[in-house]
Design a protein around this ligand. Structure first.
Ligand SMILES: O=c1ccn([C@@H]2O[C@H](COP(=O)(O)OP(=O)(O)O)[C@@H](O)[C@H]2O)c(=O)[nH]1
Ligand SMILES: O=C(O)[C@@H](COP(=O)(O)O)O[C@H]1O[C@H](CO)[C@@H](O)[C@H](O)[C@H]1O
Length: 309
């Protein structure tokens, strides 16, 4: 094991901050918790409920940014105590694009917190300790602008108590491509994890990849802006969530690859991806265009004269 771990002094294997300690450290700063949600009626209520007890003390606002859901996500989230914002209702002059990054980007305009915490809405058995742990380095250490969670990630199909196997795109794409193109980030344990926190100053200063490339884009941009000193990571224990199919993760992987190549100046020849499906006895191609466009830094959008086009 390389004992020259560069993130060693910003990696908390056993975060122990208490909510009262963090409320004291918070002072006059404010905190927004944002849950991006696309058709998450089955799980969003429990995720909101895991944060709700912190509202009014450590957390100042709890927002579900609805990503065009067609199920009862909005109702379930509101009943659980979140403020629900439809993506079309924030920056209404800007027609919404599909994707996770799009709603995370719009959440900057829908919230006011100095610090933001992002949690996925498909978490299973969400731990109320996630938010305090993610805020710990931002509220108690100096110079930190991005805090990533890390955890054991069982694939839900595994019943074993100590199951792993989750984080397939992380292990098969993100970690290898970072090792090749940005090896300084090899110490980040969960570069794609959807549970993370950041300063508004940082988050509004960088572009947001519109789709699933948003996490790797923010990580690369935080490293570019602040070096490893600006990044911290905290152990959140175990993270279970809805696991998508390999076919769906293939599209996600192409978005992530597109964002990495864009941030690292690697030219690409095509934005299309051909996958194959078996119909009857035949394997047929299914080709799609994978959008990886960025939204511009929110600070530039806010200062743009007139309605946002
Ligand atoms: O277009 C999208 C895609 C995803 N999500 C949300 O982003 C989070 C992570 O997405 P997903 O679960 O699809 O990714 P995975 O965790 O499987 O990698 C979840 O809360 C989704 O509801 C979203 O708001 N809009
Ligand atoms: O980490 C991963 O490999 C993928 C897929 O996880 P699983 O193999 O379904 O556990 O999940 C992450 O990737 C997405 C893209 O960055 C994030 O948006 C998700 O929050 C995160 O769960």
């Amino acid at each position: 094991m390389n004992d020259q771990r560069l993130l060693a002094d910003r990696t908390w294997q056993s975060p122990e901050w208490t909510v009262s300690q963090l409320v004291l450290a918070k002072g006059a700063r404010t905190v927004s918790v944002v849950l991006p949600a696309l058709d998450e009626e089955a799980t969003v209520g429990a995720v909101v409920a895991s944060v709700r007890p912190l509202l009014g003390t450590l957390v100042d606002e709890l927002v579900v940014l609805d990503s065009g859901s067609t199920d009862s996500t909005a109702r379930v989230a509101a009943e659980a105590g979140a403020r629900v914002v439809r993506r079309a209702d924030v920056l209404p002059d800007l027609p919404p694009l599909p994707g996770k990054g799009e709603v995370l980007w719009r959440s900057l305009a829908a919230t006011t917190g100095d610090l933001l915490v992002f949690l996925d809405s498909d978490l299973v058995d969400p731990d109320p300790a996630f938010v305090p742990a993610l805020l710990g380095p931002l509220l108690t250490a100096s110079g930190v602008h991005l805090v990533k969670g890390f955890y054991r990630r069982p694939l839900r199909v595994e019943s074993a108590e100590h199951g792993t196997g989750g984080g397939r795109v992380t292990e098969l794409l993100a970690r290898p491509v970072l090792a090749a193109l940005r090896p300084e980030l090899s110490e980040v344990i969960q570069p794609l994890g959807g549970e993370y926190a950041g300063t508004r100053a940082f988050l509004e200063s960088v572009p947001f990849a519109g789709g699933y490339g948003v996490e790797i884009g923010l990580l690369l941009d935080a490293h570019t802006a602040y070096g490893l000193d600006g990044i911290a990571q905290v152990n959140l224990g175990v993270r279970k969530h809805r696991n998508r199919s390999l076919q769906q993760l293939g599209v996600m992987a192409r978005q992530i690859l597109g964002t990495v190549f864009a941030r690292c100046g690697v030219p690409v020849a095509s934005d299309r991806l051909t996958q194959f499906v078996q119909v009857g006895g035949e394997w047929l191609p299914d080709t799609l265009t994978v959008p990886v466009a960025d939204r511009p830094p929110m600070r530039d959008v806010r200062t743009r004269p007139g309605p946002v086009r």
